[in-house]
Design a binder for this molecule. Structure first.
Ligand SMILES: Cc1ncc(COP(=O)(O)O)c(C=O)c1O
Length: 396
């Protein structure tokens, strides 16, 4: 074994000893919420970001199949010959939905944050970033050359104090998740808009978990607060409520044109397939046209699960989004909890450091529009029972 291999072995051993081992769980989804493992065991899934359950909607599958007739891959980067008609159709629909002039598709939500931050933000600029922003925002901040100032989570006094002290001659950016991916809480957009205006900062909101979830029309955080048109850049993903793959940024045309010309992650990567874009467009149409079936159903399911978990006195972070963190603190207890649910055929993700700070390990339970009332009740009861066992010290 080489020296490097020995070092890696040791590091892996430590990861395992601390209850932080990560491994893949290959699944095949037979419905939006039921999946089979390689051994053929069936699971009920309460950990996906398939919020509207549209991955299996006949309209979405049909759109992807039809687009496959134009080739399974895009075969090139978007500025060469990799841009298909489906991309333009989807961008126009996304811009309209997000109440912006224009939109631009990237390969993933992760790449969108990298591509927009790295493409736009320059050396003399300053980014003010919420401490709980998604890893892709953090990584975008790392690769651009700007100064990054991290403010305490949703603490507007801390943010304003940092803005006040800042003397940059460059551009200021305030960057936040719309719905925070691990806590499920909603950014304080009205205050952020005011601060952005007062300190002439560009306001950038990542709505990955807000589209299909928040707002009367399901278009995200700005709509939730009635602040459409007040956010300069809105990032989103096609991979969650929109049931596909890819990401996008929506904003004024000048931003989009600049990114097409200057964003290296956009320019130097093969465009996503026509099928992915067509599927996302079909999902967007369903979100807009069939709110009872999807958007409103997600909301009533979320309410039911949150109420049941509260009834069982499970320690969740209160809120209204379908991301429901069950706070356990200890990484090993969190892993044990997830295993106990798995034994009962229920999958819920154990989230541990480094995804969350040490001592804040949790189960990240997510509800979708596709869960039945019975599935929600069974799962809440199973969680309540394990929670009680752990509290009594017999479940460790
Ligand atoms: C807030 C946020 N932004 C961006 C992403 C990345 O999106 P994608 O999975 O499409 O790469 C995620 C994914 O979990 C996210 O939670």
């Amino acid at each position: 074994m080489s020296k490097l291999e020995q070092i890696l072995e040791k590091k892996l051993q430590l990861i395992e000893e601390h209850g932080l081992w990560r491994q893949l769980t290959p699944l095949r989804f037979i419905t939006p919420v039921r999946a089979v493992s390689e051994t053929g065991r069936e699971y009920l899934v309460f950990s996906s970001n398939n919020y509207l359950g549209l991955t299996h909607a006949p309209e979405v599958i049909a759109a992807a199949k039809a687009a496959n007739d134009f080739g399974t891959g895009s075969t090139g980067s978007p500025l060469t010959t990799g841009r298909h008609f489906e991309g333009n159709i989807l961008e126009k629909a996304l811009a309209k939905f997000k109440h912006t002039e224009s939109a631009l598709i990237f390969n993933t939500g992760y790449m969108t944050n990298l591509g927009v931050i790295y493409g736009l933000v320059k050396k003399n600029d300053v980014i003010f970033s919420d401490e709980l922003n998604h890893a892709s925002i953090i990584d975008g901040c790392r690769i651009c050359k700007a100064t990054v100032k991290v403010y305490k989570h949703s603490d507007m006094n801390d943010l304003e104090a940092l803005l006040q002290k800042d003397t940059t001659a460059g551009q200021r950016y305030i960057i936040t998740d719309g719905v925070f991916s691990m806590d499920g809480d909603i950014a304080k957009l009205p205050e952020l808009v005011k601060l952005a205006q007062k300190y002439e900062a560009c306001l950038y909101v990542d709505d990955a978990h807000a589209v299909g979830v928040l707002g009367a029309d399901g278009s995200g955080t700005a709509a939730y607060y009635g602040l459409q048109g007040q956010v300069d850049l809105q990032v989103g993903t096609l991979s969650k409520a929109l049931a596909s793959e890819g990401g996008y940024v929506a904003g004024k045309k000048v931003y989009i044109d600049y990114l097409i010309n200057k964003s290296r992650p956009f320019i130097f990567s093969t465009a996503i397939s026509p099928a992915s874009m067509a599927a996302a467009k079909a999902a967007l149409d369903l979100l807009i046209d069939k709110k009872e079936l999807y958007l409103y159903k997600l909301r009533s399911n979320t309410k039911l699960m949150r109420n049941l978990l509260a009834k069982y006195k499970v320690n969740i972070i209160a809120g209204q989004t379908p991301i429901i963190p069950i706070m356990l603190g200890d990484a090993k207890i969190t892993t044990t909890f997830a295993h106990k649910l798995e034994e009962q055929g229920i999958l819920v993700s154990a989230i541990r450091p480094t995804t969350v700070p040490i001592g804040q390990s949790r189960l990240r339970l997510t509800v979708t529009a596709a869960h039945s009332e019975e599935e929600i009740r069974i799962t809440a009861a199973a969680i309540g029972k394990i929670w009680q066992e752990i509290k009594e010290g017999s479940g460790k």
